[in-house]
Design a protein around this ligand. Structure first.
Ligand code: ATP
Length: 381
């Protein structure tokens, strides 16, 4: 073989060996991808496990509680290791055998579930409720601001109050105003949510809400739609009813458990005082009942003045004659009239709101109110 032939042969061998190592590399990558996909496929085939809480352990058996509140007596699998009551575990969906313990603590941040704020609502933004404001100032504001006064006189202020009246009459507004005037943390809880969203957890949530209030004191716990939790029950049959009752009992225990001058006050609100369980308004609990009525003529004018305060009004507007046309409207509806009137002006490319805008807005809100009233009658007779 001459030198030229040898060099050609060398280059052929070189190019063959590089292409074979490239093929090997490609092969390896493809194998790895296939394995990964197989693993992924296997993972999709695995049936999901149920997350539950261990209540009691008896050797290799245990009582677990499912998220819907039902409890079962089940086996603990060998691989699971030692379980204790309070542990969060995974159980097979069919036979509920405990398969695995998971490192979740039952402690969660209650602040993610309730509204916690420091509201800025002045007493001046509440219209037509002078008597109610005075009463709330006496029974909630004064004990939070000057607890020593009550100790010196030797009387105990109420732990909480109940605001009752039709929707949109300003109950939340009043509660926020008193939180604001006492620089308190305002913790807003909607009782119906407590019952529906946190099935099996309601009582625990109530406990944590009160703990949070104590940590953030001075604090006001505002429980809206209290009737969802504290309605009279003739018989407690279903597990759902038992659950609501447990949550309600916890609420009573928490109210009983703190001292009247503990810097925490509870304000309950309801549109259905008639169905409340008397236990919640017994002395020492929410024993001051304050009716928040639908505003009468003067009150309506005051509320209208508050909500038109920042509006660009035309000269033709006569607030008192407008307010006389708004009979039976709540504070929230009077506010809605102002917003609607603003919209009528915007639709006609005006920045000034004129009397006719208000007339159209009153008509619109009145019609909506009538329709809602009809729905309410259909629901509650
Ligand atoms: P619900 O029973 O539906 O919870 P509510 O009684 O708590 O209603 P609010 O949420 O306080 O009513 O009222 C809604 C809005 O209506 C308030 O933010 C406020 O702007 C206005 N409003 C209601 N009542 C008054 C009032 N007396 N003075 C001024 N504004 C009011």
């Amino acid at each position: 073989m001459d030198t030229k032939e040898k060099s050609i042969l060398d280059s052929v061998i070189y190019s063959y060996s590089t292409s074979s190592s490239q093929t090997n590399e490609e092969n390896r990558i493809l194998k790895e991808t296939v394995n990964k996909l197989k693993e992924e496929l296997d993972r999709f085939k695995v049936a999901p496990l149920m997350v539950c809480e261990v209540r009691n352990v008896f050797g290799k058996e245990a009582i677990i509680r499912l998220p819907n509140g039902n409890q079962f007596y089940v086996n603990v699998s060998q691989e699971c290791g030692k379980v204790r009551s309070g542990d969060v575990v995974l159980a097979d969906q069919k036979n509920l055998t405990i398969i695995k313990k998971i490192p979740i603590t039952r402690k969660f941040d209650i602040e993610n579930f309730v509204i916690v704020e420091k509201p800025k609502v002045s007493w001046e933004s509440v219209g037509g409720l002078d008597m109610q404001v005075r009463e709330i100032q006496e029974v909630v504001e004064l004990p939070l601001k000057k607890p020593e006064l009550f100790e010196k006189v030797g009387i105990t202020p109420p732990k909480g109050i109940l605001l009752y009246g039709k929707p949109g009459t300003g109950k939340t507004l009043l509660a926020k105003a008193v939180a604001s005037s006492t620089n308190s943390t305002f913790i807003q809880v909607v009782a119906s949510e407590l019952v529906q969203k946190f099935i099996g957890e309601g009582a625990k949530m109530v406990k944590e809400i009160f703990e949070l209030a104590r940590r953030k004191a001075p604090a006001i716990i505002f429980i809206d739609e209290l009737d969802a939790l504290a309605a009279k029950r003739i018989e407690i049959g279903t597990s759902g009813e038992r659950e609501v009752n447990r949550t309600f009992m916890q609420l009573l225990a928490e109210i009983d458990g703190f001292k009247p001058l503990d810097n925490v006050k509870v304000i309950g609100a309801t549109n259905r005082k008639d169905i409340l369980d008397p236990a919640v308004i017994r002395p020492g609990r929410l024993d001051r009942l304050i009716h928040i009525p639908i505003p009468k003529s003067e009150a309506r004018l005051e509320i209208l003045k508050i909500h038109t305060g920042h509006m660009n009004l035309g000269k033709d507007i006569d607030l008192s004659s407008l307010s006389s046309m708004m009979e039976d409207l709540s504070g929230a509806e009077i506010k809605a009239v102002c917003t609607e009137a603003g919209y009528f002006a915007i639709r006609e490319n005006r920045t000034k709101v004129i009397n006719n805008d208000f007339l159209k807005a009153i008509d619109k809100v009145m019609k909506e109110e009538e329709a809602e009233g009809q729905d309410y009658m259909n629901m509650f007779g």
